[in-house]
Design a protein around this ligand. Structure first.
Ligand code: BEZ
Length: 294
């Protein structure tokens, strides 16, 4: 059932910027093909195994923040080497224990074909298991980010959302995001490429709407970038078979998202944790359409 759609074994490692290898695979929602999600961002994430505690906590956390991913035009796809019946049984157990229905597909990668295609199987491992990899794939199906976590430690969903927000704003506008950037924070403007521009940034950055620490290190307010849309991104050239992403209308504020992350940082006990999760319902209106999809 699972196949690499171009029928080849990849010889090149999966790295940021490369086209995400297409595949068809059996999931808890029936067969899926990666390329059916062109036009959306895809977060493909592996987990070591069903009926394990850290993985269970992650699936619950992904499900609780599902609307946040949908609002950002992100399709979640899980993957492990367990069988489809095992996945289905695990989902029933999660439903029974937590009342949560897992709303996204989970691939049954029995022969580790997709895992191998994406380089998730560490050759040093005795068994063919994946750990906790994350591949963020953009709407023209290029790999935009790769993260790896160990089996013992669950991922931070809020960091995944923050990274998606950062990738989306960088894709839509020709900007970068500094360390610890949060949606709504000032954005970094590309370095000048001519001597005249350098001098202008040194002598009169305000006339350019910039706050500069140095000629190569300038910020612009988030609202000025997003509302004026005056720094058009250099969109990656789609291949002939790739469909450009649909654009959506900007809508909301970003401060609520900051609250989610702040809540994460104050997470010291179970009560705070539940508050954080409860908080998410109040931010489900945080439509990341604010960052028009690139
Ligand atoms: C877990 O999800 O709890 C887990 C899975 C594999 C190894 C260690 C922990």
């Amino acid at each position: 059932m699972i196949s690499n759609n171009n029928g080849t074994t990849p010889t090149q490692p999966i790295t940021i910027g490369r086209v995400a290898p297409d595949f068809t695979a059996l999931t808890t929602q029936g067969p899926i093909t990666l390329s059916q999600f062109r036009g959306k961002w895809v977060l493909l994430f592996s987990h070591p195994g069903d009926f394990t505690p850290v993985c269970t906590s992650e699936f619950i956390a992904f499900s609780q923040l599902y609307d946040e991913f949908i609002n950002r035009n992100v399709q979640l796809i899980g993957i492990s080497i367990d069988s489809n019946p095992a996945h289905l049984g695990w989902f029933v157990s999660i439903l029974e224990n937590s009342g949560i229905t897992i709303p996204f597909p989970l691939i049954a990668d029995r022969n580790a074909e997709v895992s191998t295609l994406y380089g998730m199987v560490n050759p040093d491992r005795i068994y063919e298991t994946s750990v906790r990899d994350v591949f963020i794939i953009d709407p023209v199906q290029r790999i935009r980010s790769i993260l790896a976590y160990p089996a013992t430690n669950g991922r931070n969903m809020y960091e995944l959302l923050r990274l998606i927000d950062a990738l989306q704003v960088s894709t839509e506008y020709r900007v970068s995001t500094p360390a610890n950037w949060m949606p709504g924070d000032p954005l970094i403007i590309p370095v000048p490429t001519t001597y005249d521009e350098v001098l202008k940034r040194i002598n009169d950055p305000e006339s350019l709407g910039l706050q500069c620490k140095d000629w190569y290190y300038c910020y612009k307010n988030y609202d000025d970038v997003v509302n004026q849309n005056n720094i058009p991104a250099q969109a990656p050239a789609p291949t002939p078979t790739q469909t450009p992403a649909p654009t959506t209308t900007p809508t909301t504020n970003s401060s609520s998202f900051t609250n989610i992350i702040s809540a994460t940082n104050t997470n010291t006990n179970t009560t705070t944790y539940s508050n954080k999760i409860n908080n998410t319902s109040s931010v489900s209106s945080v439509k990341k359409t604010e960052f028009k999809k690139g």
